[in-house]
Ligand binder design. Structure first.
Ligand code: NAD
Length: 281
């Protein structure tokens, strides 16, 4: 798909991978709509992109709220008249599999999974109607293999991979021109390990539990050794241009993870998780 003159909606676009992708699409001539829960960084992101001459608006939005995502769609249509690219990217992480309160699991699933479902429900009718467009959702390497210390995050990202694969096959059955991709990065240098900053106030007292997990510390250091978000932004744009389903910024790790799972199933030899190696891709 050509990007120039098209409109891209990006959730979680105020920072990290989302902002890098917004910059990438804007530099290729797309109109940009950023939806994000953090209003300060959102304003900054919009003004930074406007300074480069881009057509961009920002809409405060919690992707776990169906009505917020519907308003995001309406705001995009009011401003630009159509939407062609939807990037369901907003995401959070927190808590290990053992000892994480259910309310924390619910929050991670609500943002990471309901956020994607809300994006599909709000935008897919538009894309199908115009028989043109592309929808990308952010999963993770943690959606291809279990990672210690990341139970809720893994659960949510496996769900995103499953949703995207199912969506791909449904679009094939309909012989639709709408493209779908799933982004499965390894570690990327962003603020993902400060995701608890966006936790609802009523869950704030639980943050101590999540932060004291040594696996979370290891994950945070691996993120700091990760690739730059710009590499991910350009991989997303390439996938839209070439209609590619899997966006694997750490291809060797993604394939190794998947092969090791198959080996575990076949021979009983379990997968080994090496966060440091995964950070290097
Ligand atoms: N950084 C990594 O190593 C890595 C690896 C694999 C996948 N991911 C995924 O990439 C995506 C982007 O994360 P990032 O690494 O850029 O982190 P980030 O924290 O820099 O960016 C996440 C953005 O999402 C926004 N956000 C959080 N909750 C929201 C909500 N409820 N509604 C709307 N916006 C919300 C935040 O305000 C922030 O701008 C996430 O889905 C994350 O799980 C990140």
């Amino acid at each position: 798909m050509n990007i120039d003159g098209k409109t891209a909606v990006i959730t979680g676009g105020a920072s990290g991978i989302g902002f890098a992708t917004a910059r990438q699409f804007a530099s290729s001539g797309a109109n940009i709509v950023i939806g994000d829960i953090e209003s300060g960084p959102l304003e900054q992101a919009v003004s930074q992109l406007r300074d480069t001459g881009a057509s961009v608006i920002g809409i405060t939005c919690d992707v776990s709220s169906e009505s917020d995502v519907m308003s995001l769609r309406d705001g995009a249509l009011d401003e630009f008249g159509a939407v062609h690219i939807v990037f369901n990217n907003a995401g959070v992480g927190g808590g290990s599999t053992i000892g994480t309160p259910k309310a924390m699991w619910d929050w991670v699933m609500a943002v990471n999974v309901d956020g994607v479902v809300n994006g599909i429900n709000a935008f897919m009718p538009l894309l199908l109607e115009q028989n043109e467009g592309h929808i990308i959702s952010t999963a993770s390497l943690a959606g291809l293999g279990g990672v210690p210390g990341m139970g809720p995050y893994c659960a949510s990202k496996f769900a995103v991979v499953g949703i995207c694969e199912a969506l791909y096959h449904e679009l094939q059955q309909r012989e639709s021109n709408v493209g779908v991709s799933v982004l499965c990065p390894g570690f990327v240098k962003t603020r993902i390990f400060e995701a608890l900053r966006n936790m609802p106030d009523e869950l704030r007292e639980l943050t101590g539990t999540a932060r004291s997990d040594p696996n979370a510390e290891a994950g945070a250091s691996a993120v700091m050794m990760g690739i730059e978000p710009e590499i991910v932004g350009s991989a997303v744009e390439n996938a839209v241009r070439s209609n590619k389903f899997w966006i694997l910024t750490h291809e060797r790790s993604a394939i190794r993870t998947t092969e090791m799972r198959a080996e575990w199933m076949r021979s009983g030899v379990p997968t080994r998780v090496n966060l440091e190696k995964a950070a290097k891709g």
